[in-house]
Write a protein that binds this ligand. Structure first.
Ligand code: ATP
Length: 361
């Protein structure tokens, strides 16, 4: 029976693998994920980790060596590219330079032999939706980067795809335009209810746009979850440092809710932390550390400010605590500014620390 609290996965990948001839390691190695209908999955990872290859397997552009892909319960193994009803948008736009804006947008509809009247109606709708009015007859070569990417999006959406696949579509745009396009794509994707996978190497882009984020490294998904899961509870140091800044502390289990932390001594750790042997790494995000004047009670440690960087929204302090260097974010406008050379006391909540899994080789 359908349970609205646990909607069945619309898109389900299992064990997808691909190794290109002549390469030493698989580009995608036993990758699985699920996505609900209408969800936005952000595939995030460093250059060469296999994001594009995974996306191209979903599209049907690359045949997997192993694994399966189900869309709405249907196995895609024997469904060719042109029958998958997926729209694709690339970083390079991949528009036809000799065609007008309208002809570019109509392309997928022409391939599908949609009748002229329906095609014209659909193109007009896309032109309006993507704010391309007045540009219909212009060659795409005369457009700005932002306008070209709108045309590419309009072309992908014109076929009313079940799934929208986006491969770093905003990488060629300047920062301001990129921010605006992020919001616009997300709003559009929600409004149309289209299921989407978006490849990026930008962690801010991933966190700000996702329902689900999958962090990839070396052909594998290291962690998948909501943006808050990934940021607040990363599984290992790779994910923690890829998705934000952090202080990484070497810790030895002591029992009684405490650990001996190199450079800091015995301190409380999260109450629910499971016991471990040997050394484990604790993550403490810079914004979870609170700067206090020296002499304040209830502090975890004291140190010396070595550097202060002002970014408008915050001050980032580099603090020397014995052998350790800690990074501390202080929101701007708190009325208390620290300067290099000053003594400082630091506090944090033990529950804000995350015990990370041992690093993978
Ligand atoms: P980027 O962000 O730089 O685009 P990516 O995470 O999308 O990287 P992929 O493009 O999927 O990574 O590449 C993953 C690995 O597979 C790389 O080592 C790449 O060189 C290799 N690769 C991709 N396509 C092919 C191919 N057609 N033949 C051989 N190797 C390939």
């Amino acid at each position: 029976m359908h349970n609205p609290d646990h909607p069945a996965a619309y898109l389900a990948a299992r064990g997808l693998s691909k190794r290109f001839p002549g390469t030493a390691a698989p580009s995608v190695d036993r990758v699985g994920f699920t996505l609900e209908r209408g969800g936005m999955l952000m595939l995030l990872g460093p250059s060469g980790c296999g994001k594009t290859t995974l996306l191209r397997m979903v599209a049907g552009l690359v045949a997997p060596d192993a694994g399966s892909l189900l869309v709405g319960g249907r196995d895609m193994a024997d469904v060719p590219l042109h029958r998958r009803n997926m729209g694709m948008v690339f970083q390079s736009y991949a528009l036809f330079p000799h065609l007008s804006v309208a002809r570019n947008i109509a392309f997928g509809l022409e391939v599908r032999a949609v009748a002229r009247a329906a095609r014209d109606r659909q193109v007009a709708e896309m032109i309006a939706m993507m704010h391309l009015d007045g540009l219909e007859d212009r060659p795409v070569t005369s457009l700005s980067g932002g306008q070209r990417q709108r045309v590419a999006l309009a072309r992908a959406l014109a076929i009313k795809p079940d799934i929208l696949l986006l491969d770093e579509p905003l990488a060629n745009l300047d920062v301001k335009l990129r921010d605006a396009m992020r919001a616009e794509i997300r709003a559009l994707q929600r409004r149309l209810g289209v299921t989407a996978i978006f490849v990026t190497h930008d962690q801010e882009e991933a966190l700000s746009m996702a329902d689900q984020v999958a962090v990839m490294a070396d052909g594998r998904i290291r962690q998948a979850g909501t943006p808050a899961d990934i940021y607040e509870r990363p599984v290992d140091r790779f994910v923690a440092s890829f998705i934000g800044r952090g202080n990484f502390l070497a810790a030895h289990w002591q029992g009684g809710g405490t650990a001996r932390i190199d450079g800091l001594g015995t301190l409380p750790i999260p109450a629910h932390a499971a016991p471990w042997h040997g050394t484990r790494t604790l993550l403490l995000r810079p914004h979870h550390i609170h700067a206090r004047p020296p002499g304040d009670r209830d502090v975890r440690c004291t140190g010396t400010v070595e550097d202060v960087v002002y970014t408008g929204e915050r001050h980032t302090l580099s603090v020397r605590v014995g052998p350790l260097g800690l990074t501390v974010d202080q929101p701007a406008g708190t009325g208390r500014a620290f300067a290099p050379g000053q003594a400082i006391a630091l506090s944090w909540s033990a529950d804000d620390m995350v015990v990370l899994d041992p690093d993978q080789p």
